[in-house]
Design a protein around this ligand. Structure first.
Ligand SMILES: [Zn+2]
Length: 353
């Protein structure tokens, strides 16, 4: 993989309460001399993101401009109209995840009382890949035979298949097997396990016995890839999302927390798309722009907390001097700021007497 997303541990920072986050952002932008500030947001259209959007507008005393769509994909064509609605821009964005994780999937309780995957859009895209990966990890087996460690590869993972509209996994069996097949089994072939693979997983294989055991998590991104005919022309959100994260799916499905990993990879991709767009389109203007991207954790459909992961800071349209912040840096920058609090109540802000 030429470009890998930041490691999971780096992105897994403590989360902040929303009014803390927005109050600190407000102090930062006030300090930076922001004026006529339009708050803008790219996030999923899920109802669990609604209160967050409202509070962000409350702290900036201006209702929020929408730059996103379902699945937290950025729509850069909306940046131009946004730029006509304010002088300076403060942009918040990223994916969301139900804070209660079950078997690697974030869930939230919906208004009718049922638990459901959240972000549902990300989960729908991920599900097929997860299934194909988990099936392979369970059907490929290892065991200790006469003369050393062996692997049984079912035929379905040995034959090369053409690109299709469904997800396929390509196991790089050359990295798993040593030499020619030793014999046929009922649904595949038995080989010596590759010596490099044995060396790499010495510890995990030390207690392998004569009883076949699924390869499980040892089926790592080095020894498989996915294939699928992607529809690159489609404007459908699932297709857009899939095309955007496709190269990273082996990394995502092998994570202990695949749903969260997908959310983070999606945020990372969209943040850099946005930053590239801002530096190209707003260079040499007069604008100040702050972008904070990260993971929203949905504790309920009303209550969220936020993990800041990326930051972008551009002063007076000087794109070449724009500053980028990674997870620990953006957190440190926010922590240095006092928490600004609105003087008016939320109803006063909303124009309700
Ligand atoms: Zn969502």
């Amino acid at each position: 993989m030429p470009i890998a997303p930041p490691p999971e541990e780096l992105l897994d920072q403590p989360s902040m309460e929303l009014m803390d986050l927005f109050g600190r952002m407000r102090s930062l932008t006030d300090d930076g001399g922001f004026g006529g500030t339009l708050p803008a947001l790219w996030q999923c259209s899920d109802e669990s993101q609604g209160i967050k959007k409202a509070l962000f507008g409350y702290v900036y005393n201006c209702p929020v401009f929408n730059l996103g769509r379902v699945g937290a994909l950025l729509d850069p064509t909306r940046l131009l109209p946004a730029s006509h609605h304010g002088r300076d821009l403060v942009i918040l964005g990223g994916s969301h995840l139900g804070a209660r994780e079950e078997d690697g999937v974030g869930t939230v309780e919906r208004v009718h009382g049922r638990m459901a995957p959240c972000c549902g859009m990300l989960y729908r895209m991920l599900e097929e890949y997860l299934l194909v990966y988990r099936r392979a990890a369970s059907l490929i087996t290892l065991f200790r035979g006469v003369g050393g460690l062996k692997i049984e590869l079912p035929y379905k993972y040995l034959f090369r298949k053409p690109l299709g509209s469904t997800v396929r996994i390509h196991v790089r069996w050359q990295r798993l097997v040593d030499g020619e097949a030793l014999r046929d089994s009922s649904h595949g072939k038995i080989y010596h396990l590759h010596r490099d693979f044995i060396a790499r997983h010495e510890q995990a294989l030390s207690d392998l016995g004569t009883e076949p055991r699924s390869i499980g998590e040892l089926l790592d991104p080095d020894i498989f890839s996915f294939s699928k005919q992607l529809d690159l022309e489609s404007l459908d959100t699932k297709a857009l999302l899939e095309a955007s994260v496709f190269d990273f799916l082996p990394d995502i499905v092998t994570s202990q927390r695949p749903h969260r990993r997908l959310a983070d990879v999606n945020t990372w991709r969209e943040f850099h798309r946005l930053a590239a767009y801002l530096t190209d389109s707003f260079d040499s203007g007069e604008r100040n722009i702050l972008v904070i991207a990260g993971l929203t954790l949905d504790h309920s459909i009303r209550r969220n907390t936020f993990v800041p992961q990326f930051g972008f800071w551009m002063e007076q349209g000087r794109a070449l001097q724009a500053r980028y912040f990674g997870p620990p840096e953006i957190r440190a920058l926010l922590d240095e700021q006092p928490v600004w609090r609105p003087e008016q109540s939320f109803l006063e802000y909303a124009g309700v007497e």
